[in-house]
Write a protein that binds this ligand. Structure first.
Ligand code: ZN
Length: 157
């Protein structure tokens, strides 16, 4: 085994969706491509034709992930696998480290966002009377009378 770095580690037929489709059409039992979620654990065969139509035959699934499209509302990541005897991950250890750094950065941005918002809401009444049409329920619930008047003034018509 050579160094497990970069897309060159993967077999040539996995480098683009066009090459994947050609290999799979020739031997459907040996060149499968799957997608599965790291959170809800759903999985399915990848619709290569749909991806080729949308992104072109040169598009690559190597080291790629996308927000979960397998379960509505799931916040997990969908990642790709290719068949090489068994199903194997189509991403490198290097890429996992990049994803982890991106996830950490996103989490700290979210935390910072929450820390800024919570003091703003602190000590506020939470009023559950229904908002006028076109105004967000949660926003209406936390606004003071003065802010509610402003909301109504600015409301989209
Ligand atoms: Zn999911």
């Amino acid at each position: 085994m050579g160094a497990r770095r970069g897309p060159a580690f993967f077999p040539a037929w996995t480098h683009t969706v066009g090459a994947m489709k050609a290999a799979r059409d020739e031997k459907p039992d040996h060149f499968g491509v799957r997608v599965s979620c790291d959170t809800c654990r759903e999985g399915r065969d990848v619709d290569l034709d749909a991806i080729i139509t949308k992104k072109g035959a040169d598009f690559s699934l190597v080291n790629r992930r996308a927000r979960c499209k397998l379960t509505r509302g799931c916040r997990g990541w969908n990642r790709f696998f290719y068949q090489g005897g068994v199903m194997r991950p189509l991403w490198t250890q290097e890429q996992v480290e990049k994803w982890m750094r991106a996830d950490t950065a996103r989490r700290s941005a979210e935390k910072l966002g929450r820390e800024k918002v919570v003091p703003l809401l602190h000590g506020r009444d939470f009023r559950l009377d229904p908002p006028p049409r076109g105004i967000d329920q949660l926003l209406w619930a936390v606004c003071t009378d003065e802010e509610r008047r402003e909301l109504i003034r600015r409301r989209p018509r």
